[in-house]
Design a binder for this molecule. Structure first.
Ligand code: GLA
Length: 351
């Protein structure tokens, strides 16, 4: 009896398993390895406040630092939401990952046009890009320690050899839009860690394109410090071996790696069923096993893998309710709709 009591107390002190898992703190448990982040917006800072404060020590703006929201019109910036996120991070001592400066998506048309709607030329677009990056990065110099400078520039269709995705940035500026973005970001904040961020980053054919892109940038002396692997995965894919191979390949470039947008959909990408009101037990068990395996792998590589961010704090805050099937409920995260820990949370925290 006595020794059991002592054991329990000891376990409690070292954050052990006898304590109800929901009372444990995810980010503290992972402090020896890497920060644990979530994406946020001003609404989630209220609706998910307790969860965010207790379990996550890194924040990423889900949308409010993207071009379309922070710089919606020519010569007009709206910093209100981004400032709220920065202030919250400051108040509760959270890191902030900046996301994102140059992307083909969520970038308004005006960026690429003159006042009459005609396309602008390369010099004019570079000037706009520089001004945007300078303004946003300088404003958050004190709050943001790293930026996703360029998001999703690599072509991932398998039926083409194109390395870069077609975009206004590419068409008007040419491939050097990428290095220019990194140079401008570095000029605005020489201390910020600068990342290239993409999805399907573990799929071999795309992984190799991303590897070559970053290698070329590094060989040229472009200030790039990391690769962000988005981690929009599912409970069946990708395999642990594929993730491991990608981590090892990218790590050989001597850059840091961040898992930037982690969620494990309960559906395969081409599964469009809409009949489920609740996830099945099998799905939740498989998800828990997958999260356990993935986090075990992440811990193995914590010398190069220096941040893991979930794309949502709990299952009621996920873009997957609308993607790829509009209006279909998904359950991809560690906490359920009521913000209670799921089996997956228990497996990630019990090691
Ligand atoms: C991409 C972007 C994110 C977000 C997700 C979908 O991965 O990088 O900012 O828009 O798509 O939520």
């Amino acid at each position: 009896m006595g020794s059991l009591w002592i054991k329990r107390r000891l376990n409690l002190l070292i954050g052990g398993r006898t304590m109800a898992n929901g009372n444990q703190c995810l980010y503290r448990k992972y402090q020896p390895y890497f920060p644990i982040g979530t994406c946020v917006d001003p609404k989630a800072l209220q609706t998910h406040k307790d969860l965010i404060i207790q379990h996550y020590n890194s924040l990423t703006a889900e949308n409010h630092m993207k071009f379309a929201l922070i710089h919606p019109r020519h010569e007009y910036y709206d910093f209100s939401a981004a400032d709220q996120i920065a202030a919250f991070a400051n108040d509760y001592d959270k890191l902030v990952r900046g996301h994102t400066l140059v992307w083909h998506n969520q970038t308004p048309d005006w960026v690429f046009q003159d006042l009459t709607g005609q396309p602008i030329d390369k010099a004019a677009l570079l000037k706009r890009m520089e001004e945007h990056i300078h303004t946003v990065v300088s404003r958050y110099r004190k709050h943001i320690y790293c930026w996703d400078v360029v998001n999703e520039a690599v072509e991932d269709k398998e039926d083409t050899n194109a390395v870069l995705r077609d975009s206004h940035w590419l068409r008007i500026i040419g491939p050097e839009f990428i290095e220019k973005a990194f140079e401008y970001a570095h000029a605005a904040d020489a201390n910020a860690l600068l990342f290239y961020n993409d999805y399907n980053a573990c799929t071999p054919h795309k992984r190799d394109k991303i590897y070559n892109l970053v290698k070329n940038l590094k060989d040229k002396g472009v200030p790039i410090h990391g690769i962000g692997l988005q981690g929009h995965w599912n409970i069946y894919w990708p395999s642990i071996d594929e993730i491991r191979a990608a981590i090892e390949k990218y790590a050989s470039l001597e850059v840091e790696l961040h898992i930037t947008e982690l969620d494990l959909s309960v559906f395969k990408f081409d599964d469009v069923r809409t009949d489920l009101k609740e996830p099945t037990n099998e799905m939740m068990e498989l998800q828990a096993k997958r999260y356990e395996g993935i986090f075990k792998l992440f811990r193995e590589y914590s010398d190069v893998l220096t941040s893991v961010t979930f794309w949502g704090a709990a299952d009621d805050q996920t873009w997957l309710h609308d993607f790829p099937v509009k209006g279909r409920t998904n359950w991809p995260l560690l906490f359920d709709m009521n913000h209670h820990p799921k089996q997956a949370f228990n497996r990630v925290i019990d090691f």
